[in-house]
Design a protein around this ligand. Structure first.
Ligand code: C5P
Length: 228
């Protein structure tokens, strides 16, 4: 039977967030975004081990209590997200078999519900490639080459936002990422470019990637004490 592993991509700078520390180390309540994102994978018992991919100059990881968790190991990331994920996959080389599954999850997605991860696992377990959580695009989409004037409206019926985790067979994902000649923004894209058709599994639209400081605002507002 295939085994399940996790990789948390946490080697980004989070430039758009504009903080003096990487956004994954900002706190939401009493935990960092990174701890909450890792916690989402830890909640799924089927996941045997989690590799957290960190920046080479990371100053904050060792301060976290979760750094000593028995299911967690770390490795160093690369220049692009795909380099970081390759390093994470390499760290699993001695234990993962080609047909085992790897869940790749963004460090900045702390809101994925446990039942979405279970739904993803159940959907891919008999599939020969794997699949991703996604959600239909809700807004009307406009195309603008200059960012100032609208050229056209893009038909949204067949469009989805790609979320994480994304879960793929170990060897297929590693081979796809190693063959890349163009940059990719998620793991599914690497598989699509090498001729595979990953599954699309509907997930919770609240599973956002925290990118800008404003992305934290509704959460902080919701947790603030009501004004009496
Ligand atoms: O930059 P972006 O928001 O697309 O990054 C998505 C995820 O990939 C983040 O969790 C980030 O930490 C991770 N990443 C990485 N290594 C890089 C760049 C991004 O692990 N070189």
């Amino acid at each position: 039977m295939a085994k399940y592993y996790g990789i948390i991509a946490a080697a980004g700078i989070g430039e758009r967030f504009g903080s003096n520390k990487p956004k994954q180390y900002e706190k939401l309540g009493n935990q960092t975004i990174l701890e909450l994102s890792i916690g989402c994978l830890l909640a799924c018992d089927a996941i045997e081990q989690i590799i957290v991919v960190l920046r080479p100059d990371d100053l904050y990881w060792q301060e976290l209590a979760i750094a000593n968790h028995p299911k967690i190991q770390t490795t160093i990331g690369g220049k692009n997200r795909s380099d970081s994920v390759i390093n994470g996959l390499m760290a699993l080389m001695s234990q993962a078999l080609p047909d085992d599954f790897v869940f790749i999850h963004d460090a900045a997605r702390p809101f994925v519900p446990k039942h979405d991860i279970i739904t993803l696992l159940e959907a891919v377990k008999n599939h020969d490639v794997g699949g991703i959580l996604a959600t239909p695009v809700a807004d009307t989409l406009k195309y603008s080459a200059d960012g100032k004037t609208i050229e056209k409206t893009v038909e949204r019926n067949c469009l989805y936002r790609a979320l994480t985790p994304q879960c793929f067979r170990y060897a297929k994902l590693l081979n796809a990422l190693m063959q890349l000649t163009t940059p990719v923004t998620d793991e599914s894209m690497a598989l699509e470019l090498t001729g595979f058709s990953p599954l699309l599994i509907m997930g919770d639209p609240k599973n956002i990637k925290i990118t800008y400081p404003g992305d934290l605002q509704p959460t902080r507002d919701q947790t603030a004490s009501p004004i009496s």
